[in-house]
Design a protein around this ligand. Structure first.
Ligand SMILES: *Cc1c(COP(=O)(O)O)cnc(C)c1O
Length: 365
């Protein structure tokens, strides 16, 4: 077998091996068709079975209530930054935005392009370099908001909402691109959820969205067809040719998630990975300096830290690569190290990294 590295890339990111092996095995002859899944009609019964299984698995894994539609769309997380306000921030409506990082800020900016008066930033930690999340008291949602948008995990700055903002009757709208399905959660306070697939689910370009029926009913009817959530909901995400290959990989990943015990088992693994990695950072706090200032806000998906010098950062990345670990170089504006450990990264792989970190401190600390 070809050699696989330990993949700590922030996105696109590693996928679990069994769903990839399944894709390899089925590549040339999918479901007895004599073709790959990307070579057959999206109206064929073989493809439709995959499509519907992916949606059913999402509903099952997350326990999605009946009054939500699960949509499989294209354009990644970024298209949702404008598609959400185009559909729901019209006709005098208002929406609140919580700005906790670069992606959250982009979502807010796009909403302002769509509706300058309607989009309101109600909390931001930009003045503090996004090193923490706003506290519950700092997030005062306006009761007249159609939704309040936030980013559950800040991929670049390494913060993560362990408790979602409290918004009373205002529906939450959330960019979960970098931590969707990392644990079970209650869907019911959410009116809208979206997640670009390339962090935890599958190939880039595909975006999974959940929309609650009461919000679906309020969508702007005057939009171009492809931008209407309602069109995709009515057509079971088969209005036009969907990204069939990406949805097939998504199905494989979701089936694997179910097979290994569902989101509860996945959460236990993610918690253990966090204990291991933050354990090493905290043991050597003078050497590995975490970017986030409030421990409760630290992400279990993306962990940013810096060594005492840029030269040591570089050496760390280089020696880790020689030891079979890739994707550790920090985000370009932050420098340092970023460890991204989405669902596909195993406890054993994090242990390998932690052993490397302990050795690196002994040699260079
Ligand atoms: C990666 C990421 C995105 C960007 O998604 P694209 O698919 O590249 O448009 C958006 N939001 C968050 C939180 C991300 O991590």
């Amino acid at each position: 077998m070809s050699k696989r590295v330990i993949n700590f890339y922030a996105g696109p990111a590693g996928l679990p091996l069994p769903p990839l092996e399944r894709a390899r095995d089925e590549m040339l002859d999918f479901a007895g068709t004599g073709m790959s899944v990307m070579e057959i009609s999206h109206r064929s019964k073989e493809y439709e079975a995959v499509h519907n299984e992916a949606i059913a698995l999402l509903r099952e894994l997350l326990n999605v209530p009946e009054n939500y539609k699960v949509l499989l769309l294209q354009g990644g997380g970024n298209l949702q930054f404008c598609m959400l306000p185009m559909n729901l921030l019209w006709g005098g409506r208002k929406a609140d935005y919580v700005v906790t990082g670069s992606w959250a800020k982009k979502a807010y900016k796009e909403a302002q392009i769509v509706n300058k008066e309607g989009a309101r930033c109600i909390a931001s930690t930009e003045g503090e370099g996004f090193r923490r999340l706003p506290t519950a008291a700092e997030i005062q949602v306006n009761p007249d908001a159609t939704y309040v948008h936030f980013t559950s995990n800040n991929t670049i700055y390494g913060t993560q909402f362990k408790q979602f903002p409290q918004a009373g009757n205002v529906p939450l709208a959330c960019d979960m691109s970098s931590d969707f399905l990392w644990r079970p959660f209650d869907v019911s306070p959410f009116g809208f959820i979206y997640a670009g697939a390339q962090k935890n689910l599958g190939p880039s370009g595909l975006v999974v969205t959940l929309i609650r029926d009461d919000l679906l009913a309020q969508c702007n009817p005057a939009l171009p067809t492809m931008l209407k959530y309602g069109i995709h909901a009515d057509a079971n995400s088969l209005f036009n040719t969907p990204p069939t290959w990406s949805i097939y990989i998504l199905r494989n990943v979701l089936a694997y998630n179910k097979q290994i015990g569902g989101l509860g088992a996945i959460e236990a693994s993610n918690q253990r990975k966090g204990e291991l990695l933050y354990g090493s950072i905290d043991r050597h706090a003078g050497f590995y300096k975490g970017y986030v200032t409030v421990p409760a806000d630290r992400s279990l998906m993306n962990i940013d830290f810096a060594l005492p010098s840029a030269e040591l950062d570089d050496r760390f990345v280089k020696e880790a690569k020689a030891a079979g670990m890739v994707g550790l170089k920090g985000y370009r504006d932050l420098g340092g190290i970023r460890v991204s450990m989405y669902n596909a990264v195993t406890v054993e792989q994090v242990q390998v990294l932690v052993d490397f970190m302990e050795g690196f401190v002994r040699k260079n600390g």
